[in-house]
Write a protein that binds this ligand. Sequence first.
Ligand SMILES: [Cu+2]
Length: 124
Amino acid sequence: MKILLKYILQLLIFMGFASIAPLGVITKAVTKTIEQTKRLTIAVRSSVQCKMCVQTIEKRLLEEAGVEKVSVDLKKRIIRVEYDPEQTDSEKIKLAIARLGYDADDFPANIQAYNALPFCCKKP
Ligand SMILES: [Cu+2]
């Protein structure tokens, strides 16, 4: 019986350590992850016309490497993109928008892609 108690006591002590020790490790890991995933945001003036444009841009831009979040302000015709600067940059993102057939700041829409857009997405 004494041996069993000793064993249980050791187990409890071990569990106490086990629950404290990884917490420090986890905290460090989380801090490191937050530091590593610094994001930047750009706002791009674009030629979005309708909700279909918004859907296309949001869906397709998210397929680009390093693009983390996309939101389109249809009224202001602004595309906000959150990205990982280690994987992409603002120029690549604007080129990706242009390739979809939309103007992106100084980058004009790719003509072929623009011509292939549905009528509602064309500039008035
Ligand atoms: Cu549209």
